[in-house]
Design a protein around this ligand. Structure first.
Ligand code: NCD
Length: 311
């Protein structure tokens, strides 16, 4: 299987990183997702009839696994699923990820995988003879969540140029916001990163945004009136070296009605979910809150991706 291409040609490709996408590839995907919304609304189709997806989850998931599996089912394909790979797969018998990828790929047409370790999905993809799609890899990347986040912005705003994108929360460990940066850097956007000093966006990612206006701050109230998009992340408890360390940051910021009063009238409030306490429940009825619509958009985007990859 070829290494991921920088110029996005979907057919037969692994999707391991948001870095693989350029502007053109994103727009091809979004136009396809628009068509897939209609297929989704109609219930089902036979576009991928006869194809099988294996979903291999080494970490908890509610939305992402269902979203991929439902996307495959709506396209007329079939799904085999193991959501407890860490405990029940042959990796317990010291099989390598390479071999796991090689073996499963003899039986299915596409693999979706989530893993807590950096580069674990890449290792499995190296063994696989069929495309592998990352459903989240450590604190590094979550490309398909970022794709559906950008699709939501694209649908609501008609594009990206000229927007001020605010990212709020655990910018250090949020793989979603890392992937969002990798996609948004292709457009003429301003970034505002708001977090506790200990949870700042990694320097390596800020460096890739050179040429963009990047503001770094600590208090959401100071910056929320400027943001066209408010992308929020949960403090990623499972990534901290200790519970003690996590507790230093838990509950340190909340988007509530008062914060939203200061936001633009046409701002978009995004969150990949799950939330803990960083968005108050009373914000859910605010029309600017898009986090439940994001879930539907996610099915359309993943249907589009599967269709383009499997041809
Ligand atoms: C995100 C993830 O798993 O990284 N969730 C998701 O895929 N919808 C974000 C999170 O867990 O906070």
């Amino acid at each position: 299987m070829a290494e991921p291409n920088l110029k996005m040609d979907f057919k037969g490709q692994h999707i391991l990183s948001a870095k693989q996408f350029d502007k053109k590839g994103l727009l091809v995907l979004f136009e396809e997702a628009k068509k897939m919304e209609k297929v989704f609304a109609n219930g089902e189709s036979d576009i991928l009839k006869g194809k099988i997806l294996a979903s291999l989850f080494f970490e908890p998931s509610t939305r992402t696994r269902f979203s991929f599996e439902i996307s495959m089912l709506r396209l007329g394909g079939k799904v085999v699923s193991n959501f407890d790979m860490l405990r029940t797969s042959s990796l317990k018998k010291f099989e390598t990820l390479y071999d796991t990828g090689k073996c499963i790929s003899q039986m299915v047409d596409v693999i979706v995988m989530r893993h807590p370790d950096a580069s674990a999905v890449t290792k499995l993809a190296q063994g696989s003879d069929v495309p592998v799609i990352s459903a989240g890899e450590g604190a590094e990347e979550h490309p398909t969540q970022a794709l559906l986040d950008l699709y939501t912005i694209w649908k609501e705003k008609g594009g990206f140029d000229g927007l001020t994108i605010g990212m709020v929360g655990d910018l250090k460990y949020s793989r979603v916001q890392h992937s969002q940066c990798e996609l948004l850097k292709h457009f003429d956007v301003k970034f505002i990163f708001v977090s506790s000093p200990g949870l700042k966006m990694p320097d390596g990612i800020v460096m890739t945004l050179s040429g963009h206006n990047v503001t770094i701050g600590e208090h959401v109230d100071d910056f929320v009136p400027e943001m066209d998009v408010i992308s929020v992340s949960r403090v990623q408890s499972e990534r901290f070296p200790s519970e003690e360390e996590y507790k230093k940051y838990a509950g340190t910021f909340v988007i509530n009605e008062d914060v939203m009063k200061r936001a633009k009238k046409d701002a978009l409030l995004l969150h990949p979910l799950p939330r803990v306490d960083e968005i108050a429940f009373d914000v859910d009825i605010d029309p600017r809150a898009k986090y439940f619509e994001q879930i539907k958009n996610g099915v359309a985007v993943r249907m589009a991706l599967l269709k383009l990859i499997l041809g």
